[in-house]
Design a protein around this ligand. Structure first.
Ligand SMILES: Cc1cc2nc3c(=O)[nH]c(=O)nc-3n(C[C@H](O)[C@H](O)[C@H](O)COP(=O)(O)OP(=O)(O)OC[C@H]3O[C@@H](n4cnc5c(N)ncnc54)[C@H](O)[C@@H]3O)c2cc1C
Length: 458
């Protein structure tokens, strides 16, 4: 245990990892009907939905490490209806009706996951309290009002702008001027959800194999480190931020890091100052992404996106801790919740997200290559992976479920640029949100020009 004044070098890792269970299965099968590469939420939901559709189908999930090793075991626990492409942009790409359908499907997905968790009695600290993005300066207020108006234009009237007083009733954030509230979000414990999904998948007959790193995906088979091949009618690629490690998919997505810290359990005195009784998830309206939840054991788990993209999409556990970004996250938490200043920071960690070139998640099926891919959630995958897994299963089973005609199905994002252009471009761009926040704090006005440049180039 340490205070926030100590060096971050020896901080213990993820808060959630304490609950990690080990799942070892020395299955030696060499063929299966469906092989899923990646045992995060995407791979696990896909396998569960395949088995629910046809209990006789053989399904194997292979993970290079173990289920939940990736972002699914490290995230902020926001099970939210957020989609990384906003409604206006979705409408430009796919039409107004399809934009509305995509958002409605995301909203319903949060409710579906809640229903699944209740039905299967998954103990994952689920709390459906909605989500609140708080404005702490006039620039944030402006932007959040625009977002509420956008939701209303598409018929999502339940998204509302709350007054400063109502916002403070929910959670007391320093300098709050009101905020955007959406009911479509629950807080949860990420690893406990992974554990529950593994248990359900296993009980349905899915074979889950840990320490099984896939090196190559070919039509009708995969090859593991060491050369073992597994033949399959279908291969599902659910490797998210790790996808660039597969040679043929090196430029499919960009790995970007998100980072989190957790406080010790806070005292009653601190909670009476902060309130936050409903466990509504909380962000603030700045351009740099922030996200926080009150955990079931009364800590604050607080996260933010890091800047800095590693040359060549290199993925390494050394990148999971960034003293500079963790320090920034702690400072932001202290700004928003001054009462947390004396609290010890007990955990800090990070993990890789997958960002497609157009930030557009997708589920694709290639009948010729017998390959299904899903992901590219750009940091909003806790709920989306359920919808993607359901969609992947429906595509493989040729079911006529109308989720297979959602606009992200068979959306193909362009590839990222080759190096060094990728590194130069991404690292230059990733500084803009921080710069925009500084300008907005100083001028109290939206940094429209910088944000327009970011939107255009990103
Ligand atoms: C710090 C952090 C905070 C986040 N917070 C939120 C949040 O609050 N809300 C939200 O919606 N989203 C959040 N996200 C994003 C969200 O967690 C992810 O979008 C989601 O978990 C993706 O699930 P996945 O199964 O697709 O990928 P992952 O969970 O990353 O799983 C991929 C799996 O594939 C395995 N794998 C990779 N390569 C291979 C290979 N070659 N062979 C075999 N296996 C392989 C890995 O070991 C890993 O287990 C956050 C992410 C991070 C990192």
């Amino acid at each position: 245990m340490m205070t926030s004044e100590r060096s971050t070098d020896d901080w213990p890792s993820s808060l959630w990892a304490l609950e990690r269970q080990r799942f070892d299965d020395d299955d030696q099968r060499f063929s299966t009907e469906v092989v899923v590469v990646g045992g995060g939420y995407s791979g696990l939901w896909t396998s569960i939905h395949l088995k629910l559709a046809d209990p006789a189908r053989s399904v194997m999930v292979l993970d290079a490490n173990e289920p939940g090793f990736g972002a699914s075991g490290r995230n902020g626990g926001w099970c939210s209806a957020l989609f990384p492409v906003d409604l206006d942009h979705l409408a430009q790409l796919h039409g107004v009706d399809q934009a509305r359908r995509m958002q409605a499907a995301m909203n319903n997905t949060v409710a579906d996951i809640g229903e699944f968790i209740t039905r299967h009695r998954i103990d994952c600290d689920w709390a459906l309290g909605g989500t609140l993005t708080v404005a702490t300066n006039p620039a944030h207020e402006n932007r959040l009002h625009d977002q509420v108006a956008m939701f209303h234009r598409y018929g999502f009237e339940e998204v509302a702008y709350l007054s400063a007083a109502k916002t403070t009733d929910l959670v007391n954030i320093h300098h709050s001027r009101g905020g955007l509230f959406s009911p479509h979000c629950a807080a949860l414990h990420p690893i406990k959800l992974v554990n529950g999904l593994v248990q359900i998948a296993t009980s349905l007959g899915v074979k889950i194999v840990s320490n099984a790193r896939v090196t190559t995906i070919e039509p009708g088979s995969i090859t593991l480190v060491g050369g073992r091949r597994v033949a399959a009618d279908w291969v599902v690629r659910a490797t998210e931020g790790f996808t660039p490690q597969l040679k043929q998919d090196h430029r499919a997505v960009l790995p970007l890091w998100s980072y989190m810290v957790a406080t010790e359990p806070l005292s009653e005195d601190v909670w009476s100052e902060i309130r936050w009784e409903s466990r509504v998830t909380v962000a603030d309206g700045r351009n740099m992404v922030t996200y926080a939840q009150r955990t079931a054991d009364n800590r604050i788990a607080f996260g933010g996106r890091g800047i800095g993209y590693p040359f060549g999409s290199r993925i390494s556990s050394n990148l999971d801790v960034s003293p500079r970004v963790h320090r920034q996250i702690i400072n932001t938490m202290h700004e928003m919740f001054p009462a947390t200043r004396p609290a010890r920071i007990t955990h800090c960690w990070g993990g890789a997200l997958a960002v497609p070139r157009d930030w557009h998640p997708s589920v694709t099926i290639d009948h010729q290559r017998q390959l299904v891919t899903l992901g590219g959630y750009s940091g909003d995958g806790v709920a989306a992976s359920h919808l993607a897994g359901r969609s992947a299963a429906a595509l493989i089973t040729s079911s006529d479920d109308d989720i297979t005609s959602l606009p992200w199905v068979n959306h193909h994002s362009p590839k990222w640029e080759p190096e060094p252009f990728r590194w130069l471009g991404v690292n230059a761009l990733s500084r803009l949100p921080e710069l925009a926040d500084r300008i907005e704090r100083r001028t109290q006005k939206p940094a429209r020009r910088i944000n327009a440049i970011f939107d255009r180039l990103a």
